[in-house]
Every structure is written in structure tokens, then in C-alpha cells.
Design a binder for this molecule. Structure first.
Ligand SMILES: [Zn+2]
Length: 239
């Protein structure tokens, strides 16, 4: 990481007001240029090349510091020191998962506490995530399809607003928009086909039986998902 600039040089370049009594100490204190509190509450650690403001909690490494000071994009600053090529190195998708998403699939603690282990298991992490994503799409799209089949428009409206709240619990990003898009454009993804099968079974269980409240709707979908898994498993064994 020898290409990185020294954070104190960057501070000087951008005229950050340093408390000169703290120069040479472990933490150099300065007036935070991001919140301008007027006190020397921005802590700059030259050894680690990082900064943190104790008032606005702005923090990060030297590249983030320069990006914020210059108003440029982080990647532009990165390219300045490491070349354009540095931006093209594609990160493994497991690293792009948010803490919340990792928590959902049980890998949050591993990433935090045992990064080496997480790193070794990154393919497994992403497989687990893809599996969760698939199941979420199937479940919510099946519920959505069922609601679209309601004859009673009042009930349909009520169910849809329940659905909108329910789907927010999912950790899959933009799942609601994706479902609406797929519905409008009739895209044929594997989870779409599965969700159609699920909704047909669930239809027999709830709407046809006039069990149209959201609890019955939800449990019918979960039951249909399990039933289809069971059938697929049986078919695999049979062939
Ligand atoms: Zn600040």
C-alpha cells in the first residue's frame, strides 16, 4: 500500500486547520472540515492513515478523506494513486452483501470475527445467499399472484397493503420492484415458473376454499412450497 498518500499531507493540501500542539502525537487533532464544529475534534492517525470526527462521526481512510475534501468520487481518487486498472478488479459478490443480509444467512459474525474463514468460504456464502434470494422471490411472487386472483376487490386491496408491509421484511434488495416488473413483462425466470406452480397449489387451498385472510394465504403458500420440494425430491429419487 506504498502508493497511498500520507493523511497529514492531504490535510495540509486542503488547508485542514490542525491543532499544532498535537503534531507528532499519536493522534493529530484538527477542526473537522465536514461539520465545522469550531473545536479540534477531528482525530487524524498518521500511522494508520485514518481519520475520525468525534462530533459528526465522519471517518475512514486517507482515500475517503481526500474524496470528501475534494468533493470527488472515491473511485476517482483511488485511480489517481493506483491507476484506472485498480477499479476494474471485480470484488467477489460475497463482499457486497450488507451486514443485515449476512445476518439473515448466518454469516455476519464470521465476517466480523474470522475474516480469513469468511474469505475461504465466500463461494459457499454466495450460494447460501442465492438460495435465500430464490426462496424469497418464489414466496412473495406466489403470494402476489394469489392476490391478483381475488374476485373481491375490497379484500384484494386490503391484502395488497398487507403484502406491501410484509415484503419489506425481506433482505433482498428491490424485491418488490423486481416482482412488479416480472409480472408486467411476463419474464420467465426459474423462480417465476416455480412461483406460478406454488400459487396454483395454494389457490386450491385458500381462495377456492374461501379462506382468504392473510394468515391462510401465507400458510397456504408455505405449505405449497414444501409440497413442491417434497414432490421434486421424490421425482429425483425415482429417476
Ligand atoms: Zn465532523
Amino acid at each position: 500500500m506504498s502508493n497511498l498518500p500520507a493523511i497529514l499531507d492531504i490535510a495540509e493540501e486542503y488547508g485542514v486547520a490542525i491543532d499544532h500542539r498535537t503534531v507528532g502525537k499519536k493522534e493529530t487533532m484538527a477542526i473537522c472540515p465536514f461539520c465545522n464544529s469550531g473545536k479540534h475534534k477531528l482525530s487524524i492517525n498518521a500511522e494508520k492513515n485514518v481519520f475520525k470526527c468525534w462530533i459528526c462521526e465522519e471517518s475512514g481512510g486517507v482515500l475517503a478523506f481526500e474524496a470528501k475534501l475534494s468533493g470527488k468520487e472515491y473511485n476517482e481518487i483511488k485511480a489517481k494513486y493506483f491507476g484506472e486498472k485498480s477499479l476494474k478488479v471485480k470484488k467477489h459478490p460475497a463482499y457486497a452483501l450488507s451486514p443485515d443480509q449476512l445476518k439473515q444467512i448466518g454469516y455476519h459474525k464470521m465476517k466480523q470475527n474470522e475474516f480469513n474463514v469468511f474469505n475461504k468460504n465466500k463461494d459457499e456464502v454466495i450460494r447460501t445467499w442465492k438460495h435465500y434470494e430464490y426462496e424469497e422471490y418464489v414466496k412473495y411472487f406466489a403470494i402476489f399472484l394469489l392476490i391478483s386472483k381475488y374476485k373481491n376487490k375490497e379484500l384484494q386491496k386490503a391484502q395488497y397493503s398487507w403484502f406491501c408491509k410484509e415484503i419489506e421484511k425481506s433482505k433482498v434488495e428491490n424485491i418488490h420492484d423486481t416482482i412488479l416488473n416480472v409480472y408486467q413483462n411476463r419474464e420467465q425466470k426459474p423462480w417465476v415458473i416455480r412461483a406460478i406452480d406454488v400459487s396454483e397449489i395454494a389457490y386450491e387451498l385458500c381462495i377456492k376454499e374461501q379462506k382468504e385472510n392473510n394468515v391462510d394465504l401465507y400458510t397456504s403458500v408455505l405449505f405449497a412450497i414444501e409440497l413442491l420440494k417434497f414432490i421434486t425430491e421424490k421425482q429425483k429419487q425415482g429417476s
